[in-house]
Write a protein that binds this ligand. Structure first.
Ligand code: DX5
Ligand code: ZN
Length: 229
């Protein structure tokens, strides 16, 4: 699937689940093609969100959207086929929960999904070097995972620049995604540092007007495309 980068990826974690269909429609009717689904198990992260059933619901609500499923869970291998069957297009797993990361990434591929690896704020980009050739996307957490609405961690910029340099040096083409505390205040700088996909929960779904929030965020993100990092 080709996307016009940078991509804004609303995280449904922040949506009003009693009006999920309407809120997703407000996004897709306004040009959003990429939806981020935050899966939390209450073990790896101190919160529980939702499972494959919710992904299946989102897929039924938006057959066309690209569903990016972020597994914040221990033992993700146990659920990769369930999320693939539910309609995931991309499944990302945390470096910190995968002792056999290469095998897990192969498992995602064998289930027909694109692959992503995620690192927490205190995990170094260097640890990803052996797996970068095998993934379609790298997600840099810009908050400590578990909750929406947290403050952006400023040291994330250095990790983005380091990852962008590694991608160039290794002549790879994986996408760089960030997740947590993304809004109009940092979207431009994030894209200027090399971010391709911006996950935004609160700044979209907690806004008074979702379409306006999307327009403002996309404008800010695009303005970062033609600035030097
Ligand atoms: C953290 C979650 C959040 C969410 C986005 O575990 O992954 O980062 O997607 O939340 P906001 O955009 O509200 O910070
Ligand atoms: Zn996420």
């Amino acid at each position: 699937m080709n996307f016009n980068l940078p991509v804004l990826a609303p995280s449904i974690l922040a949506a009003d689940f009693s009006r999920l269909g309407d809120q997703i429609s407000e996004c897709t009717d306004h040009g959003i093609q990429w939806i981020h689904c935050d899966i939390m198990d209450g073990h790896f992260v101190p919160n529980i969100s939702f499972g494959p059933g919710m992904v299946k619901t989102v897929r039924s609500l938006t057959p066309e959207a690209f569903l990016d499923v972020h597994l914040m869970m221990e033992n993700p291998d146990l659920f990769i086929d369930d999320f693939a069957d539910a309609g995931a297009d991309l499944i990302s797993v945390h470096y910190e929960t995968c002792p056999h990361l290469h095998r897990t990434i192969q498992n995602i591929k064998e289930n027909g999904c694109m692959t992503g690896v995620v690192i927490n704020p205190a995990t170094s980009v260097d640890l990803l070097v052996p797996i970068l050739v095998d993934v379609d996307l790298v997600l840099i957490m810009t908050v400590n995972p578990g909750f929406g609405g947290q403050a952006f961690i400023e040291s994330s910029y250095d990790k983005i620049v380091q990852l962008t340099a590694l991608r160039d040096q290794l002549q790879l083409s994986f996408l760089i995604e960030v997740d947590g505390g993304v809004g109009t205040k940092n979207a431009k700088k994030l894209v200027s540092k090399g971010v391709d996909v911006l996950v935004a929960g609160s700044s979209v779904f907690k806004a008074d007007n979702i379409p306006n929030a999307i327009t403002t965020l996309e404008k800010a993100a695009r303005s970062g495309s033609n600035t030097v990092a």
